[in-house]
Design a protein around this ligand. Structure first.
Ligand code: USQ
Length: 408
């Protein structure tokens, strides 16, 4: 049990994004005073890639005004680049004195991070500086702030020694020179598959250090692939709608399959589809963050790492499920990524289950509901943005070699 007062004020860094926005609304609806810091870089990247969210997301001021009308609760927004403006960030922390900071302010697409040398550098500079600036500013503020970070399952890599992936730490036994057996918990060895996933692996070391040196209270959430788009709060008003990405860089696999099915595009399975990944519904994401806020580590505790996922699936099985429900064709394309063709993946998520998470399962009923959402907005889809063209090495071919003729 913690002796601290319950948190009241929460700063959400990256509160305009796919996970940050519904989390901000959810925490605000629970009565927390939520404040967003966001430089709107995700919207900027849409312009750069000449794509946009399938759902018509509103400008941030419109979103926030709509939330105030619907809930009677105000969420202030600071336009600030966390990675570049250290003193601005520190000033806001000093002024607002938050109890919790939730850090979503990172570039989160693996394909985008592999698109060019410039974007590799951008992803590393942005993500690592943002994380370090937050940690350093918390220390300099002198405030006892609980930092919650959105990490990724991808820090573990996707191949395991046939064991269940533990929640962050691995118990190892070493033999000393005298033959004594010593047990120790170490960070689970990182094995990232993209520059983006590498930045989240490096983040872990920053957390370990600041936790050790400055006794910061930190929770790192290793999240799987998010699917779905709406949460209870984003459904309250059309202007609150969450973003839905389906393009080759930012669209994640299941949401891509759903929109591909809705527009009659074949489902693009990379390689054999034997890749097994962890998944979580966006509604469960916001609930997990709530649970992380409500169950902070105590002062002096090591970094609390929780696996934020609810089930694992093979890409091929997801394609077959969507195909069964919609009659869509499956297209096996050359894999643009460098990743194991097949892998087993068993994950331990006991910490969230023990704190009360009731997973939304990926059953066919929910799939149908989502495919109806995809159908509702299908008319906005730009088919030319579906192919995944970002390759991991110069040798590789883009994932979709051609758009089917009838689609052009
Ligand atoms: N894939 C396909 N067809 C597609 C798109 C993807 O077969 O049309 C495959 C990919 O090759 C990969 C798997 O599906 O094997 C997952 O790809 P993804 O784009 O859905 O997810 P990923 O790149 O791993 O990244 C996403 C989020 C990231 C988060 C991560 C969680 O963008 O922010 O950290 O999921 S995890 O995968 O558990 O590391």
């Amino acid at each position: 049990m913690t002796s601290m007062l319950p948190p009241r004020k929460i700063l959400v860094l990256g509160g305009d994004g796919f996970c940050g926005w519904p989390t901000s609304l959810h925490l605000s609806s629970l009565g927390y005073d939520v404040i967003i810091i966001d430089n709107l870089s995700r919207r900027q990247i849409d312009h750069e890639l000449e794509t946009s969210s399938l759902t018509p997301i509103q400008p941030i001021d419109v979103r926030l005004k709509a939330w105030e009308e619907v809930s009677g609760r105000r969420i202030p927004h600071y336009l600030l680049n966390v990675a570049e403006d250290y003193s601005g960030l520190l000033e806001i922390i000093r002024q607002e004195e938050p109890d919790v900071i939730i850090h979503f302010a990172e570039q989160r697409s693996a394909p985008y991070s592999m698109k060019s040398p410039r974007l590799k550098c951008y992803t590393v500079n942005n993500n690592i500086n943002a994380t370090h600036n937050v940690l350093c500013a918390i220390v300099e503020s002198g405030l006892d702030i609980h930092l919650i970070h959105l990490g990724t399952m991808g820090v573990y890599g996707y191949g395991t020694a046939k064991m269940q992936i533990p929640e962050g730490y691995l118990e190892v036994e070493v033999t000393t020179e005298t033959g004594e057996k010593v047990h120790q918990d170490i960070l689970y060895p990182t094995n990232p598959d993209s520059v983006y996933h590498m930045t989240k692996s490096l983040d872990q070391l920053l957390f370990l250090y600041y936790n050790k040196n400055d006794k910061l209270r930190i929770t790192d959430l290793h999240q799987g692939i998010v699917w779905g788009t709406h949460t209870r709060e984003t459904l309250l008003d059309e202007r609150l709608v969450n973003r839905f990405d389906y393009d080759g860089d930012y669209g994640t696999v299941l949401n891509r399959f759903l929109i591909q099915a809705a527009v009659g595009h074949p489902l693009t399975v990379h390689g054999t589809g034997g890749q097994t990944r962890a998944f979580i519904h966006i509604q469960d994401t916001v609930r997990c963050i709530q649970l992380a806020v409500e169950h902070p580590p105590e002062a002096g505790d090591r970094v609390l790492i929780m696996n934020q996922m609810t089930e694992t699936h093979r890409v091929k099985d997801l394609a077959e499920l969507v195909s069964r429900l919609t009659g869509s064709e499956i297209l096996y394309v050359a894999n643009p990524r460098q990743e194991p063709a097949e892998n087993e993946f068993h994950v331990n998520n006991n910490l969230f289950l023990s704190k009360g998470l009731l997973p939304t399962t990926l059953n066919e009923g929910v799939m149908l509901e989502i495919s109806e959402i995809a159908k509702k907005y299908a008319g906005f889809a730009d088919i030319s943005k579906i192919p995944a063209t970002s390759t991991w090495t110069r040798r590789q071919e883009p994932g979709v070699l051609a758009i089917p003729e009838e689609m052009v």
